[in-house]
Design a protein around this ligand. Structure first.
Ligand code: ATP
Ligand code: MG
Length: 191
């Protein structure tokens, strides 16, 4: 499974519509400071349902809408991000074999902000409207954890290096899947 495409519309520094195609394997996004590299990761987290705007380096969710759009006039403005995953195995099973059929799964999040500053956030899976709960469930099945360590943000590495060993151990337990069992044991003991 890999992220095949990101489609951004009026998200942070990306005014208008921008497509970011990605290939399987390792991808590097390079560019000058402030050119929007981290905003691409923020867009990914946004679409995966991260609820705190701070996690996407914005004071409030409405700050995620491209400033050129939001300061333009009296109309409601909208930012949207679609992330498309390729779920099928992209490699042919043996040399010369045909590629397996593509199996796409996409999530779209739209943020509409009124001139008064109120906003709504909506989600869709494969184009069908869904709740944030539906999204969480499906992401869980696909083992995508936007609030976990699928995504390592700028500064995370330094903070992991400099944190006390006990805290670092908690992260390792979480990554190794041991923490989930510890939680179950604690729950069982409480019952
Ligand atoms: P660095 O190399 O320093 O990490 P970067 O390429 O990761 O830089 P980002 O942090 O992605 O850069 O982008 C920062 C830029 O995004 C800033 O110039 C900021 O003004 C702009 N930006 C953030 N939010 C918005 C917004 N809502 N509308 C327009 N521009 C925005
Ligand atoms: Mg950055």
């Amino acid at each position: 499974m890999y992220i095949k495409r990101l489609e951004l519309c009026n998200f942070k520094s990306f005014g208008g519509a921008t497509q970011v195609p990605l290939l399987p394997g390792f991808t590097v996004v390079s560019g000058p400071n402030g050119s929007g590299k981290s905003n691409i990761l923020d867009a990914l987290l946004f679409a995966l349902g991260l609820s705190t705007s701070k996690g996407m380096r914005a004071e409030r969710l409405p700050d995620l809408v491209n400033h050129q759009q939001s300061t333009r006039g009296r109309a409601t403005v909208e930012a949207s991000v679609t992330v498309t995953f390729e779920l099928g195995d992209a490699e042919p099973s043996s040399p010369g074999a045909a590629l397996p059929p593509s199996l796409e799964w996409s999530v779209t999040r739209k943020l509409r902000v009124t001139p008064q500053g109120t906003y709504t956030s909506t989600y869709a899976i494969n184009g069908e409207p869904c709740t944030l709960n539906d999204l969480h469930e499906q992401l869980h099945e696909l083992r995508i954890y936007p609030e976990g360590y699928n995504v390592v943000l700028q500064g995370d590495v330094t903070s992991i290096i400099s944190m006390p060993p006990r805290e670092r151990r908690q992260i390792i337990d979480e990554l190794a899947g041991v923490a989930a069992f510890d939680r179950k044991i604690t729950q069982a003991k409480e019952k």
